[in-house]
Design a protein. Structure first.
Length: 211
């Protein structure tokens, strides 16, 4: 128990359900219970998890390979929405900046390098014509007068914010191959990890060409 306690964060925050890390260490029995500590998923303590599992006589579970359907490439992880949101968050930049876009608008566009037309709801706007969106399509209701959207043409995809659903949690600065869970083609994307908070990650420098 004391060996495990030394490998815990030592914050005594109570997030695991116990008052102190010492109590958590005393009752820790298997790999599944480790996730009760939100800090052990962070880069700083990642190596400690393997040591704790070794003390418990367990190993990190091996996951099945993640293979993109459209290209057959192997990915490092799949990306799911944050919390109860409908999709990952994406930062997009339309090449045609002449369209006036406001928060709440539905945009129709095609990501550079992708053959599929997307529909997305704007949830935030930033200087320089960059918009944070949630995916709400492809939708094929163009004949429906109640379905209003703004056409913004081809867009550069700048970033994804989401949660690692499958695969190992990456480190900041690591280049990863990933599949957004809601991607219709289940195509492998690539990008650089610029933020990690538990299982939540931000990926920038997005590229649909995986070399």
């Amino acid at each position: 128990m004391s060996d495990i306690e030394r490998l815990l964060p030592g914050y005594n925050c109570g997030s695991c359900g116990y008052k102190q890390c010492r109590d958590f260490a005393e009752r820790l029995k298997n790999a599944a219970e480790i996730e009760s500590c939100p800090f052990l998923t962070r880069d700083k303590f990642r190596d400690n998890v393997e040591k704790i599992l070794s003390l418990l006589g367990e190993e990190l579970p091996k996951e099945e390979k993640i293979i993109g359907i459209i290209d057959g490439l192997e990915a490092d992880l799949t990306l799911a929405p944050l919390g109860e949101e409908c999709s990952c968050r994406e930062d997009i930049h339309p090449f045609d900046g002449s369209v006036q876009v406001e928060v709440g608008d539905i945009l129709r566009y095609r990501p550079l390098g992708c053959p599929v037309t997307h529909f997305a709801r704007v949830i935030d706007k930033m200087p320089g014509g960059i918009y944070t969106v949630h995916m709400v399509g492809p939708l094929h209701r163009l004949g429906n007068d109640d379905f209003k959207f703004k056409e913004v043409g081809i867009c550069m995809i700048l970033a994804f914010d989401g949660k690692v659903a499958r695969g190992n949690i990456p480190k900041v600065g690591q280049t990863v191959k990933f599949v957004p869970e809601y991607c219709m083609m289940q195509k492998v994307h690539s990008g650089m990890i610029v933020g990690v908070e538990g299982r939540n990650v931000r990926i920038e420098a997005i590229d649909l060409k995986v070399w």
